[in-house]
Design a protein around this ligand. Structure first.
Ligand SMILES: Nc1ncnc2c1ncn2[C@@H]1O[C@H](COP(=O)(O)OP(=O)(O)O)[C@@H](O)[C@H]1O
Ligand SMILES: [Mg+2]
Length: 233
C-alpha cells in the first residue's frame, strides 16, 4: 500500500459531537507534510483535542474530508495509516494501584508489531534504555507506573510513543504536568526526533513556552476555528 507524504490533510472540515447543537470545529483547512513540528495552541474549549482526534480519524467530519497519510479517515484502511502514528491523549494519568512498570509501559509501544508474549530483541531492549535515558527516566524503569508523579508518568508515556518510531506523533497537552526543566527537555527531544527521523510531530498545548521556539508552524485556534496559521505546513 502506498501512503501520501502528507501526514494530515483537512479540507473544509466541520465536526460536531452527538447531542451538541453547535459544531466543535468549523471549516478547518490544514495540511501537514512529513518532517514538521506543528504546534496547535488556543484557550480551553477552542477545539484542539477535537482537531487531533479528527486527524487520527477517531472523530469523523460531518462536512468536508480528513486524510491521514492520504487515506480518507472514513475508510477502513485508515487503520493502516494509524499504525504509522503515535498518540498520547490528554488524560494519561494512571491510578496508584496500576502495577505495570515503566519498562513494561514503554515496551507496549512495540505492540503494533510485537505481541507481549514475545521476548524483546537486544535491539529493542537497547531502544528502551536509550529512550529512557533521553527522557531522564532510566532510574524509574522498574517502578510501577502508578507510583510515579504526574510529570514522571508524562515522560513515560511520551517514551512509549517514541519507542515505536512513529512517522507521525500526536501529543495532546504533553506539558500539563511538567515543570520548566521537563518542558525544555521534552521540547528538545521532540525537535531532535523530527530532525533525525524525518517524522512529523503535532503538539497541542494551551501553554506555548518553550515549545514555540522549536515549532516550524504555529496554528492558533479559538471557538472551533483556526484564527492564524491556517493552510499548508
Ligand atoms: N465529548 C464531547 N461532547 C460534547 N461536546 C464536547 C465533547 N468534547 C468536547 N466538546 C466541546 O467541543 C468544543 C471543543 O473542545 P476540545 O476540542 O476538547 O477543546 P480544547 O482541547 O481546545 O480544550 C468545546 O466547546 C467542548 O465543550
Ligand atoms: Mg483539549
Amino acid at each position: 500500500m502506498r501512503f501520501s507524504e502528507e501526514v494530515v490533510k483537512l479540507k473544509d472540515v466541520w465536526v460536531a459531537y452527538s447531542g451538541s447543537d453547535r459544531p466543535a470545529m468549523r471549516n478547518i483547512n490544514l495540511t501537514v507534510s512529513l518532517g514538521k513540528l506543528l504546534l496547535i495552541t488556543g484557550p480551553n474549549g477552542a477545539g484542539k483535542t477535537t482537531l487531533i482526534e479528527t486527524c487520527l480519524g477517531l472523530l469523523k467530519p460531518y462536512r468536508g474530508s480528513a486524510y491521514l497519510f492520504g487515506v480518507d479517515t472514513r475508510s477502513w484502511r485508515v487503520r493502516y495509516s494509524r499504525k504509522m502514528c503515535g498518540f498520547v491523549p490528554q488524560d494519561f494519568m494512571k491510578p496508584p494501584f496500576e502495577t505495570y512498570t515503566v519498562r513494561h509501559v514503554i515496551r507496549l509501544g512495540f505492540a503494533p508489531y510485537k505481541s507481549i508474549f514475545e521476548s524483546l530483541t537486544e535491539d529493542e531492549n537497547r531502544r528502551i534504555q536509550r529512550i529512557s535515558e533521553l527522557l531522564e527516566i532510566e532510574d524509574l524503569l522498574d517502578r510501577p507506573i502508578g507510583t510515579l508523579s504526574g510529570g514522571q508518568q508524562q515522560r513515560a508515556v511520551i517514551a512509549r510513543a517514541l519507542a515505536r518510531r512513529p512517522k507521525a506523533l500526536f501529543l495532546d497537552e504533553p506539558f500539563s504536568s511538567l515543570d520548566r526543566e521537563g518542558r525544555k527537555l521534552i521540547s528538545s527531544v521532540i525537535r531532535e526526533y523530527v530532525d533525525s527521523e524525518g517524522a512529523s510531530v503535532i503538539i497541542v498545548s494551551h501553554d506555548v513556552n518553550p515549545i514555540i521556539d522549536y515549532a516550524d508552524i504555529v496554528v492558533k485556534m479559538e471557538n472551533g476555528r483556526i484564527i492564524s496559521g491556517e493552510g499548508y505546513a
